[in-house]
Design a protein around this ligand. Structure first.
Ligand code: COA
Ligand code: ZN
Length: 311
């Protein structure tokens, strides 16, 4: 059997952060609790960020404090700075996910720091996390392209990955914040990172902004990646990146891997049931394909009651 992949659910954070409607705190808690039963090993619950910058995440501590923790699931939260990391640690997250951008201009727009300032903050955060016994993952945003600067040089990204490794982070996520990556580029960068840092737990975070999301997942998988972020219903996007749209869709990603015979450990029918609850929460239709078309193994009766014959 093919290697198993791990799919990390980010709907509670990336999925909801840029929605026009604030999803009420009890609804967020119920959503995370439902997802906890679907087989995920890691769920990004929320973000400890400025409530002025991202009002939808203003209830981070309440959500983190009220979810029902299932053993075997890592409940993580995104943080932009040391203050956020401390708040996340106080809220007893299992893992901190620190974000900074490979592009200087997106880093300014997103967390109002230069990359150098972010790296200094990162070192402080990793130290604080080590002292608290909480693993720190680093997400490098705009790793494949920036809406302000265009393509980011792979060497620059590799350099940042090296900085993270030197600090002793628990893992690195390469994020394609606005869906600019293409499969050839993904294959090259994933191969380069794996060649240089083979022991590093590497996660890929794709957005489907230009319809290349699942092609990029497959390219990364072929290059050896086994961890992916995705959001239920394919919702999401960065509020500080013009033109940002949704993450790759969890149900569609799970369906693709299952059809390929690659185990995900996830319960697809249960995910589809939870995905059906999303439009009422966010107030609009969501972007999954499988939820509309059904799984490719869900066959339809022939019209007129005739029996199926192979062609
Ligand atoms: N959590 C909550 N509040 C925070 C905070 C945090 N982690 N960090 C700063 N703040 C508060 C400050 O207390 C201050 O509040 P006040 O205006 O009421 O005094 C306000 O936020 C601004 O603080 P400042 O230090 O001046 O930061 P800033 O205005 O330069 O903003 C960030 C920097 C990082 C806090 C802000 O840009 C941010 O939260 N960005 C998040 C980006 C994000 O989540 N993007 C999507 C994911 S990729
Ligand atoms: Zn994202």
């Amino acid at each position: 059997m093919a290697d198993r992949v791990e799919i990390f659910e980010v709907v509670g954070r990336d999925g909801l952060q840029n929605e026009a409607r604030f999803v009420e705190t009890p609804d967020k808690i119920a959503l995370i609790n439902a997802l906890s039963g679907a087989g995920f090993t890691k769920i990004e619950v929320t973000a400890f960020v400025s409530p002025k910058a991202v009002p939808n995440m203003r209830d981070a501590a309440q959500v983190m404090g009220a979810i029902t923790r299932r053993s075997g699931v890592i409940y993580s939260a995104l943080v932009p700075n040391l203050r956020g990391a401390q708040a996340a640690i106080d809220a007893k997250v299992d893992e901190v996910n620190l974000v900074f951008s490979a592009s200087a201009s997106h880093n300014q727009a997103n967390v109002r720091m230069s990359c150098e300032e972010s790296l200094t903050a990162l070192a402080q955060i990793v130290t604080a996390c080590k002292e608290a016994g909480v693993p720190a993952n680093v997400s490098i945003a705009t790793a494949f392209g920036c809406p302000f600067e265009g393509v980011i040089a792979p060497d620059r990204v590799l350099g940042f990955v090296g900085n993270c490794v030197d600090m002793g982070v628990a893992g690195v996520t390469l994020a394609d914040t606005t869906g600019m990556a293409n499969p050839a580029q993904v294959s090259a960068l994933v191969s380069a990172v794996r060649a240089r840092y083979r022991a590093l737990p590497l996660t890929l975070h794709f957005h489907d902004t230009r319809g290349m999301g699942l092609a990029n997942v497959y390219a990364a998988y072929q290059a050896g990646a086994r961890r992916f972020d995705s959001a239920l219903g394919g919702i999401g996007g960065c509020p500080f990146a013009p033109g940002a749209t949704g993450n790759i869709c969890t149900e569609d990603t799970v369906h693709m891997f299952e059809q390929m015979g690659v185990p995900t450990g996830l319960n697809l029918p249960s995910l589809l049931e939870i995905a059906k609850t999303l439009p009422a929460l966010v107030g609009h239709d969501t972007f999954g394909h499988v939820i509309k078309a059904g799984r490719s193994c869900d066959l339809h009766p022939l019209p007129g009651g005739a029996s199926a014959q192979s062609a």
